[in-house]
Design a protein around this ligand. Structure first.
Ligand code: NAD
Length: 508
């Protein structure tokens, strides 16, 4: 990869990327050695003081250069993402390239105001002490290690990397072994945009590379991936006292209330479950449908799902492409088998698509699921919805919250005030009312989960602030009145008692 070519020695081991469309090898990439990872972190640390001193404006100029390259190369990017990940072209153009550009431009325009210094209002103590000015400022943290995933190989990684760089941090990025082609392109693009040596480094590799990065002395880590991996990484970071933002698995519920407009809700929920072949962390996998609506909703959903166009994602008409790996196919089959053994019914789909070399699975709807089944308890990636029915709002919320995860949730209804009240009851970092997923790509929206879905936020003011340290700067006049200094004595104690009575008497 770009930076590594110049200054990182690579281990002889190489990794291959296989096409999910054909199963064929489509790329071979070097795996970064442990020594090279340590060298990259050391180089990043050396680059930090210079990068940190630049203004937001100056750093933004390089991100503007990134945007310009994306605009020029949009088609190549979309095609590369579709070929490596298998997502339909419409999604590669819209949810990856288009959404990334939108987010970057918003970050450049608004980001500095999200982390602007805050002046504190002076209080009585400040007047007495001669505090002239007190302010909270935000400073970059240092070396941020980004350990990334593949399901939005451009959008998620680019936004995390750009946010960290924008704030004045330097970044070492370990991309997913399942998106090394896209990672290679991104590394090359950043190099062409003119980032200074050491400010951004890509470390191609697999889980072992990620483990080595966790031990390489970053100042903070952003991890996006499975809950299990996240907990393992956290254990390593905790030993070293290194903080982290954890963007983990989800098992989002869609609560379909009895007054939800049928046609629109079916169109929306079908997309929310099945787009990206169901491989979004915020896919609405669990559909909790009001019992009175279920007899019309469920058959209509099943027939809408049957009409989806499954095929080669390079064909613009395709709506459902393959899943990323054969292991995901095996897992879907196992989950369905286990659920059916325990009483679930497959209303449509349920099998891998025959006669194809790639990793295609039929869009699937499962009903009569219970929490004894793994399909309801554990996150899965694939085009599959599981349906539960509930009799009222309380039961819906109880079912939705009966999950180890809490990333997103959605509510579908014509009654907006009722939905807003219910939204407050849901265990989630984001709740959509009559929409789903899309604003996860909006960089103004703080994104992240609760419970097993992780902690910390990326994006928005909350997300940027987590990529910075806060510092309180208090400026006092040299000759203020400082009654708390030595010497102590009876006179001081009596004065303090009088002061306390004067200041607080009558307030309790
Ligand atoms: P994963 O946990 O297998 O891998 C994620 C990254 O961690 C990869 O780069 C991998 O190489 C690395 N890694 C694996 N083991 C490691 C270890 N022991 N130490 C250090 N690094 C290690 O997950 P995945 O299959 O790439 O991604 C799918 C998961 O990501 C799903 O659970 C999905 O919900 C989640 N996800 C979450 C969000 C979010 O924002 N919350 C977004 C996208 C995906």
């Amino acid at each position: 990869m770009g930076h590594n070519r110049m200054s990182i020695t690579l281990s002889p081991t190489r990794l291959t990327s296989r096409s999910p469309i054909t199963g064929a090898v489509i790329g071979e990439y070097p795996r970064t050695s442990r020594e090279a990872i340590h060298a990259a972190v050391a180089r990043a640390r050396r680059a930090f003081p210079g990068w940190k001193r630049l203004s937001f404006r100056a750093r933004s100029r390089l991100l503007e250069a990134v945007c310009a390259l994306f605009v020029r190369e949009a088609s190549q990017w979309a095609e590369a993402i579709t070929c490596e990940i298998g997502k339909p072209l419409a999604e590669a153009y819209g949810a990856e390239v288009g959404a990334s550009l939108e987010a970057l431009r918003t970050l450049i325009r608004q980001g500095a105001s999200w982390v602007a210094p805050q002046r504190a209002r002076r209080n009585l103590q400040d007047w007495i002490r001669g505090v002239q000015r007190a302010q909270l400022i935000y400073e970059p943290v240092g070396v941020i290690g980004v350990i990334g995933t593949w399901n939005y190989p451009l959008l998620i990684n680019l936004l995390q990397i750009s946010s960290a760089l924008f704030c004045g941090n330097v970044v070492v990025w370990k991309p997913s072994e399942l998106a090394l082609g896209v990672a290679h392109r991104l590394d090359d693009l950043f190099q062409r945009a003119g980032f200074p040596e050491g400010v951004f480094t890509t470390l191609p590799g697999d889980a072992a590379t990620g483990e080595a990065l966790v031990r390489a002395g970053c100042d903070k880590v952003i991890f996006t991936g499975h809950g299990q991996t996240g907990r393992r990484i956290l254990a390593g970071l905790a030993e070293q006292g290194i903080p982290a933002i954890m963007e983990l698995s989800g098992m989002d519920a869609a609560l379909v209330l009895e007054d939800a407009p049928l046609a629109q809700t079916i169109r929306a929920v079908r997309w929310g479950t099945m787009c990206n072949a169901g491989q979004s962390c915020v896919a609405c996998r669990r559909l909790i449908v009001h019992r009175t609506l279920a007899p019309t909703f469920v058959p209509a959903l099943v027939s809408a799902v049957r009409s989806l166009h499954v095929g080669d994602p390079r064909d613009p008409a395709t709506e459902i492409g393959p899943v990323r790996t054969p292991e995901l196919l095996n897992r879907l089959e196992w989950l369905i088998h286990e659920a059916v053994q325990k009483g679930a019914r497959v209303l449509t789909g349920g099998h891998r698509v025959d006669g194809r070399a790639g990793y295609f699975f039929e869009p699937t709807v499962l009903t009569d699921v219970t929490d004894s089944m793994a399909v309801l308890r554990e996150e899965y990636f694939g085009p599959m919805a599981v349906i539960q029915e509930a009799g009222d709002d309380t039961e819906m919320v109880t079912l939705a919250n009966a999950s180890a995860y809490g990333l997103g949730a959605s509510l579908w209804t014509a009654n907006l005030p009722r939905a807003e009240a219910l939204a407050r009851e849901l265990h989630a970092g984001i709740v959509w009312i009559n929409d789903v997923i899309w604003s996860a790509a909006d960089i103004r929206v703080p994104f992240g989960g609760v419970k097993g879905s992780g902690f910390g936020r990326v994006h928005g003011p909350e997300g940027l602030r987590q990529l910075m340290q806060v510092k309180w700067i208090e400026t006092c006049r040299p000759r203020g009145f400082r009654p708390y200094y030595f010497p102590y004595g009876q006179a001081k104690v009596s004065r303090l008692c009088r002061y306390l009575r004067w200041r607080h008497l009558g307030r309790t």
